[in-house]
Design a protein around this ligand. Structure first.
Ligand code: FES
Length: 147
């Protein structure tokens, strides 16, 4: 049994200690906004915030998330909610599959740097792949959210 704090609430889950955090979040707890893409730490679809940092939940054994503050795309976090509004305004998603991961990475960026430069955005968002190529709209949405 492990206890996780996700989106401000504690969840006790019956999971093996080495189960990837992603499966616990999606299949056991039911926050399905976090997606499975590559399962290899390469695409960023599975990103969640852990103590403010964007991490690939497909790569993290659940035991390493105990005692941490986890936030998924369903969570209430000021920068995340501001970005979600901006995502809507700029009609960012195409198929949408990667967008929760994109939002989580952008949230971590704005939380560490309130006014990121173009280079900061480019560097931070390089961890997330979008097969529909929404990169320019993502950049516009991030820039708009800090105006
Ligand atoms: Fe975790 Fe691709 S699913 S990085």
């Amino acid at each position: 049994m492990v206890t996780l704090k996700i989106n401000g609430k504690e969840h006790q889950v019956d999971a093996a200690e080495d189960m990837p955090l992603l499966w616990v979040i999606r299949d056991i707890i039911g926050f399905t906004g976090t997606k499975f893409g590559c399962g290899k730490g390469l695409c960023g679809a599975c990103m969640v915030l852990m103590d403010g940092n964007a991490i690939n939940s497909c790569q993290l054994p659940v035991s390493l998330a105990v005692g941490k503050e986890l936030i998924t795309v369903e969570g209430e976090q000021e920068n995340l909610q501001r970005l979600q509004k901006s995502w809507e305004k700029f009609n960012v998603p195409q198929c949408g599959f990667c967008q929760s991961g994109q939002l989580i990475t952008a949230t971590a960026l704005l939380t560490s740097k309130a006014n990121p430069t173009e280079e900061d955005i480019h560097n931070a968002m390089g961890r997330n792949i979008c097969r529909c190529g929404t990169y320019q709209r993502i950049k516009n949405a991030i820039n708009h959210s800090v105006e």
